[in-house]
Ligand binder design. Structure first.
Ligand code: ZN
Ligand code: FE
Length: 252
């Protein structure tokens, strides 16, 4: 599996997946036609489009790419009326394939009600859209904080060496938030060096890994006693900490 990261719009990432053995080309969340097509045209084909959710900055390339390459589109079944050009309706927990590459659908509601993650277990890769970001998580638009937190726990429980490819380059802003509210977390210092060196060289901070996120992503650390203490909520439940942090981040 070869993955190419494609910069789209101001801070979106689409990802091209090339399965060398099967000669299959797929794209995750084509934000816009032209940026994606520039990369796809190197391969002269596009077999599949995979959408994590229906927001326009993740599906706007769908119809033009489908028309040009006759690509087939995968999306969550409940979003069949919201994902342009959808062909294959996916269910939670379902295993499907692009070429020889198997992926599992993980329903992660919260940001939107029909948000899914694509988990390629054999390749140890997950595409998380706008649910899990490097050092952050998506805003809760359609679901509840409880749903979002449960969705993050599903992702948190993936093997720690899983690489995480998310939908936006929000890492720097997320880092600033983590540094402010999780300031006793010494692991953020190393992470900050990594992030700054990437960004100073105009490189993506993505992928991250589940292991990295467990250590540094404040939204995955709501069960951490030190964090609770630092926030002044020793007795709060993990969910209450999440709610508090999500609120603070919305206003950050
Ligand atoms: Zn979104
Ligand atoms: Fe987005």
């Amino acid at each position: 599996m070869k993955i190419e990261t494609i910069h789209c719009l101001s801070d979106n990432y689409s990802y091209l997946i090339f399965d060398e053995k099967a000669n299959t080309v797929s794209i995750i969340d084509p934000s816009e036609f032209s940026s994606c097509d520039r990369i796809i045209s190197k391969y002269k084909k596009l077999d599949y489009i995979l959408n994590t959710h229906h927001h326009s900055d993740h599906v706007d390339g769908n119809l033009k790419l489908k028309e040009k390459y006759k690509a087939k589109i995968f999306g969550f079944k409940n979003d069949k009326n919201r994902i342009p050009g959808i062909d294959f309706l996916l269910k939670d927990g379902e295993v499907s394939k692009i070429g020889n590459l198997k992926f599992k659908v993980i329903h992660v509601p919260g940001h939107t009600s029909g948000h899914i993650a694509f988990y390629f277990e054999d390749e140890k890769v997950v595409f998380t859209g706008d649910t899990l970001f490097s050092l952050g998580c998506g805003r809760v638009f359609e679901g509840t904080n409880k749903e979002m937190y449960q969705s993050l726990i599903k992702l948190k429980n993936l093997p720690i060496n899983t690489k995480v490819f998310c939908g936006h380059e929000y890492t720097k802003k997320n880092l600033d938030f983590c540094l402010k509210y999780d300031n006793s977390n010494s692991q953020l210092v190393e992470k900050a060096k990594f992030i700054n060196s990437k960004l100073n060289n105009s490189l993506p901070t993505i992928p991250t890994t589940i292991e990295e996120e467990l250590k540094t992503n404040i939204f995955l650390r709501c069960d951490n006693h030190e964090l609770k203490k630092g926030l002044g909520y020793n007795q709060a439940s993990d969910q209450e900490i999440f709610n508090k942090l999500r609120g603070l981040k919305d206003a950050f």
